[in-house]
Design a protein around this ligand. Structure first.
Ligand SMILES: *Cc1c(COP(=O)(O)O)cnc(C)c1O
Length: 397
């Protein structure tokens, strides 16, 4: 069965009424016939049928055994960290999502959980950085905002041989492109706020485990800590997933065209997109994912914050906002926005140049998006004045 048919038909029809859309069970509790005798639900923190439909759906899509839905991506990440105990170490990808970095360092460090960071683009780096205390390896692939790729299968083998769990934050790729559990990972997390929801209208997080036993532990934490997703937002994520493969196909096609356009532009320095043959990990990306996603980052030849700021306020279709993965194209300037809290030298060393701009390429027509970037880049060279014009002339000669 094709991926799309499978997704559409793995969303259950309501067994009670035949409703084709999953009903929203807006209830806090469930009446019991006798103490402990119920229809599978007792209290809606512990379980809600709308949430269950989403949890089973994401487990199925990620080829896992157990899914759990949370009130945000960070709440999902938080639940995974609660599998650990004081004295355990996490080995995390060095350009990890900023919110995860803050959670690790400002919340969990004081409980004795420490984190080491590693460039995971080479699996041997991960192997070398493991210590006897490493309990969890944490990767994102592609990463944010420089779209670095890690070899999931190779790192999964390292995790297995070292007796630790591998968790992959699969937010950027989504299960429409990449299934980490099938490549050997133990846990997948999502910010469903992004591609799974897909419409920039909710905050949600998901955890999926490959094994039932680990999934039961996550479920226990979900109920014990209580950061559950509401019935309505669960329904919105299900609704988003119905069109996930179609949307992702278009995000990828548009992003590829935008990346190719930018790579040929004289005002652009580097373009980061795994779908470009010039990307360092293009081959691994091609092997482990069905496509390269909708996020494209690029830096400018005039590598200044001023130039990037001018660019991001000059686009008309690309709206200036944090977040990604929605229908409408967004752009942001990480140095001033998502990565502002990171000291400049550390940020630059991680490949986030002062002029780096991140695009979340949406579902508009690619030619309109490219025209929008073109007019914004032109404005840049108009005010940059003589230097960039001279440079262009020299290249022309
Ligand atoms: C947005 C994001 C998160 C956090 O998710 P929220 O839903 O905002 O809590 C985690 N990981 C990645 C890769 C993200 O992009």
């Amino acid at each position: 069965m094709s991926n799309i048919t499978d997704i559409i038909h793995s969303i259950p029809v309501d067994p009670l009424t035949g409703a084709i859309s999953v009903p929203i069970y807006q209830t806090s509790t469930f009446i019991q016939e006798a103490p402990g005798v119920n229809k599978g639900y007792d209290y809606a923190r512990s379980g809600n049928p709308t949430r269950t439909a989403l949890e089973d759906l994401i487990a199925h899509l990620e080829d896992g055994q157990v899914g759990a839905a949370f009130g945000s991506g960070l709440a999902a990440i938080d639940a995974v960290i609660k599998l650990l105990q004081s004295g355990d170490e996490i080995l995390a990808v060095d350009d990890i999502y900023g919110g995860a970095f803050r959670l690790f360092t400002q919340v969990y460090q004081k409980f004795g959980i420490t984190v080491n960071y590693v460039d995971a683009t080479k699996a041997e780096n991960v192997f070398d950085a493991i210590t006897p205390k490493t309990k969890l390896i944490w990767i994102e692939t592609p990463t944010n905002p420089t779209l670095k790729i890690a070899d999931i299968a190779a790192i999964a083998r390292i995790a297995k041989s070292s007796g630790c769990w591998l968790c992959v934050d699969n937010t950027f790729a989504s299960p429409a492109l990449q299934k980490p559990l099938s490549l050997g990972a133990d846990i997948v997390v999502h910010s469903a706020t992004k591609y799974l929801g897909g419409h920039s209208d909710l905050i949600a997080g998901l955890v999926v485990t490959k094994e039932k036993e680990l999934g039961e532990k996550i479920r226990f934490i979900q109920n014990a800590s209580g950061a559950i997703l509401s019935p309505f937002d669960s329904w919105l994520v299900i609704r988003g997933i119905e069109t996930l493969p179609l949307r992702i196909k278009q995000h990828c096609a548009n992003a590829q065209l935008v990346a190719e356009y930018l790579e040929a532009h004289l005002a652009v320095d580097k373009v980061f997109y795994p779908g470009l043959p010039s990307h360092v990990n293009h081959e691994i990306a091609k092997q482990q994912a069905k496509g390269f996603g909708g996020i494209v980052s690029f830096s400018l030849k005039n590598d200044t914050e001023e130039a990037a700021v001018k660019l991001v306020i000059s686009t008309k279709l690309f709206k200036l906002a944090e977040s990604l993965g929605g229908v409408k194209s967004l752009l942001c300037h990480p140095a001033n926005m998502t990565h502002k809290s990171i000291p400049a030298a550390k940020r630059r060393a991680a490949g986030v140049a002062d002029s780096l701009v991140r695009l979340s390429v949406g579902l508009e027509d690619a030619e309109d998006l490219i025209a929008d970037l073109e007019q914004a880049l032109n404005q840049l060279s108009n005010t940059e004045g003589v230097s960039s014009l001279t440079e262009k002339k020299q290249i022309a000669i």
